[in-house]
Design a protein around this ligand. Structure first.
Ligand SMILES: [Ca+2]
Ligand SMILES: [Ca+2]
Ligand SMILES: [Ca+2]
Ligand SMILES: [Ca+2]
Length: 391
């Protein structure tokens, strides 16, 4: 494999989402309602009814407050963050899933990139060159303000990734010797610490869904890059692939049972999967041209990916065992960056099918394509808010 065929990427799998359960009081009222003549029963029912309404009212009040303050990411539909240079240089934007209310969240002379919702949808991580020539990691609430700088190194910091419980952030720092290493810090930027070291590069950190491992790609001198994992403190670094031609693009399934990755070991870049201990490595695609950048569906049943098997970049999806591959895009232009909606029924993606890059959604089978942006600028890297507050 050429050195760059498996490179670093800013892909991100769907994040685990919390569920909101609204519990109604009054579950005991059935017993007392059997005797409607009983005054005690009527009073009990009345008290329980009041309790029910109090709980319901306070629950609705909290949700209403969250929505009105923008503290969660979804006023209506699942919101999408994305990048656009429509206003001169790249900024982070947010819109509703139907493309309504496209709102600029950053406004700086420097380039912003890589916006990523926190697992609960309360905050957005991104990188920005606003304070110098090199990107630093920043964080903002879903409403956009205030925006805090989390790294102060001055060098190149990028690829920030929330831990599943939102307490930690992994990122990649390029040191003065131009080696790239993985660091972790607390979610407010405190206590940054380097967890890989040596005269080589380490990139593409991706947390395991349980937060107990970090997947990454290691480039040892004179060898093709391989997929590794380590504990969040850097201990127990373990090589998972030993592919002569290199492996990368690794993504843990949301249920924790598989790691999907790209490998060139069969002669052409294909998607593979393995167990989290590196066992049961199996080839999932077999096609001419690159197949890469796997993205798991939220229920871990399917994998969306990009393929050049038809002569240009298309988005495909397949079952997690490699069967039932479907071309979802079928345009002659470049279709890429698939990201699943929290419930898995929609995929948001980018395409330059109308001349420049726009953001689209489609149903998970490729039908019902909807164009969300329409302008002469670049609209890129869309990602659904992972939080789904309504049934
Ligand atoms: Ca900017
Ligand atoms: Ca292929
Ligand atoms: Ca295409
Ligand atoms: Ca555009």
């Amino acid at each position: 494999m050429r050195g760059g065929a498996i490179d670093t990427m800013d892909a991100g799998g769907p994040l685990p989402r919390p569920t909101v359960t609204i519990q109604f009081a009054g579950s005991k009222s059935k017993a007392s309602s059997r005797n409607p003549q009983s005054r005690e029963a009527r009073e009990t029912m009345h008290r329980q009814s009041k309790t029910t309404w109090c709980v319901l009212h306070s629950t609705l009040a909290v949700l209403f407050t969250l929505l009105c303050t923008g503290a969660v990411c979804r006023p209506t539909g699942f919101d999408i963050t994305f990048l656009s240079n429509r206003d001169g240089n790249f900024e982070v934007y947010r819109m509703q899933q139907n493309g309504a209310q496209q709102t600029r969240l950053t406004q700086t002379d420097g380039e912003e990139s890589g916006p990523r919702w926190s697992p609960t949808g309360a905050d957005i991580l991104f990188t920005s060159r606003r304070d110098g020539t090199e990107p630093e990691v920043y964080r903002m609430p879903a409403s956009g303000d205030p925006q805090s700088r989390l790294t102060t190194y001055g060098g190149f910091d990028d690829a920030p990734r929330w831990s599943p419980d939102e307490t930690m952030i992994a990122f990649v720092r390029t040191d003065e010797a131009k080696h790239r290493h993985i660091w972790v810090m607390e979610a407010d930027g405190a206590n940054p610490r380097q967890i890989t070291s040596g005269e080589h590069n380490n990139t593409a950190p991706e947390w395991a869904p349980g937060g107990d491992w970090i997947l990454f790609q290691r480039f040892l001198a004179g060898a093709a890059p391989q997929v590794w994992k380590m504990r969040p403190d850097g201990q127990q670094a373990t090589q998972l692939t030993r592919d002569e031609k290199g492996a990368g693009d690794a993504q843990w399934s949301p249920d924790g049972s598989w790691i999907a990755y790209a490998s060139a070991q069969s002669g052409d870049l294909e998607l593979w999967r393995m167990k989290p201990d590196g066992s049961e490595q199996a080839q999932l695609t077999k096609s001419p041209g690159e197949d890469r950048r796997p993205v798991w569906s939220p229920d871990s049943s399917r994998i969306a990916f990009t393929s050049r098997r038809d002569g240009n970049m298309e988005i495909y999806s397949m079952a997690a065992d490699g069967t039932d591959a479907q071309n979802l895009t079928r345009s002659e232009k470049s279709d890429s960056w698939p990201r699943w909606s929290p419930a898995g029924h929609l995929i948001v993606f980018t395409s330059d099918r109308d001349g420049d890059f726009e953001i689209y959604t489609m149903a998970q089978d490729g039908s019902h394509v909807q164009q969300l942006t329409s302008n002469d600028a670049m609209d890129l890297t869309p990602m659904f808010c992972p939080f789904e507050p309504w049934p």
